[in-house]
Design a protein around this ligand. Structure first.
Ligand code: FDA
Length: 304
């Protein structure tokens, strides 16, 4: 929790960004600060896996920054097309980075911007998944998804198993063609809306997997948790689902050997690859998830 508070603090951000060791450490989780740096990693990964690319950034404060995000994604998608990666790589977008919280017409601006990104994705034969941010954004994000799907039916969304509402959202979103990325959830949420206990989150994750796998949609099991991965395989088999009717997803730099193993067994395995300059929020959420990551960070600060 302190790390998630730090993730939102400007003072902490300055300290962490300026620490000389941070760069090396960040490169464990982030594929590069530019698209040119990230592309070789993507090409390498797509040999046996699939990829979703995230241009890092969140919470823009004016329409110009939101427009810059759209430009970054358009350029990214053109490059994916040029590299012939449209069938192996899609993009993940945070609506807060395309204007969702701008004071005037934020939602409308985000929808229009997301539409431009979906259009650019369609041009190179790929698609877009909307990341999910804190619980105050869930309704707005799902309503933007509904609008986008009218013209871009392959647009997908993320649902977070730690929210009480998510099982019901899984039921609503399990129709034919619906792509749902199920994760545990990475924000510091109040007990009024979310399970705070790990076991309860895991149980909810399993219930959500059952709901999605029993439906007609395309579930995307985004977790590094070995139990969740095993249970997903079992539930898929119980539902008679072929290996290409769902997929596993993990983050860049996390459990790489397990990613390779799952792909080699004939599963679809997609890696979420973030790149860009604005890595701070993403990086701090990864530290908060896993004490071992913090220890690793602390050790590198001390041994430098
Ligand atoms: P969790 O952190 O609960 O770990 C469970 C177990 O997994 C550990 O005990 C360990 O055994 C194993 N494990 C985990 N990390 C490991 C490591 N580094 N090395 C070895 N073993 C490890 N969140 C969100 O709120 N909105 C979003 O849009 C997204 N998007 C997203 C996309 C994708 C593709 C992924 C994989 C994740 C997200 N997330 C997210 C993040 C997600 O909500 C969650 O915070 C993290 O995935 C951590 O939860 P896990 O289910 O991975 O396992």
């Amino acid at each position: 929790t302190p790390l998630l508070i730090a993730a939102r603090s400007t003072a902490c951000r300055t300290i962490v960004e300026r620490a000389p060791v941070t760069r090396n450490l960040v490169s464990r989780f982030v594929a590069g600060s530019t698209l040119e740096q990230a592309l070789p990693a993507v090409e390498e990964l797509t040999r046996d896996r699939y990829v979703t690319l995230d241009h890092l950034g969140e919470d823009v404060t004016d329409a110009e920054q939101a427009g810059a995000t759209v430009t970054a994604y358009t350029r990214l998608l053109e490059e994916l097309g040029r590299a012939g990666l449209g069938a192996r790589a899609e993009v993940s977008v945070k609506l807060s980075a395309v204007g969702q919280f701008l004071p005037f017409d934020g939602e409308k601006i985000a929808l229009e911007n997301a539409r431009h990104i979906c259009e650019a994705a369609a041009r190179v034969g790929t698609t877009v998944t909307l990341d999910m941010e804190d619980h105050t954004t869930t309704d707005s994000t799902l309503s933007i998804l509904r609008e986008l799907r009218v013209d871009y039916p392959s647009a997908g969304a993320v649902l977070q198993a730690y929210l009480h509402r998510t099982e019901a959202d899984c039921r609503d979103l399990r129709y034919e063609g619906s792509r749902v990325r199920l994760c545990k959830g990475a924000y510091d949420e109040p007990a009024s809306v979310a399970y705070r206990d790990r076991t309860k989150v895991d149980r909810s994750y399993v219930r959500c997997m059952r709901t999605l796998m029993a439906g007609a949609g395309y579930p995307m099991i985004a977790s590094h948790d070995p139990s969740m991965v095993t249970i997903a395989g079992r539930i898929a088999a119980d539902n008679g689902r072929p290996a290409d009717s769902y997929e596993f997803q993990m983050l860049y730099g996390i459990r790489d050997a397990e990613q390779v193993r799952l792909a080699a067994k004939g599963n679809r395995m997609r890696v979420y690859v973030p790149y860009g300059e604005q890595w701070y929020g993403y990086f701090m959420r990864r530290l908060a998830e896993r004490p071992a990551n913090v220890a690793f960070f602390a050790r590198s600060l001390l041994t430098r």
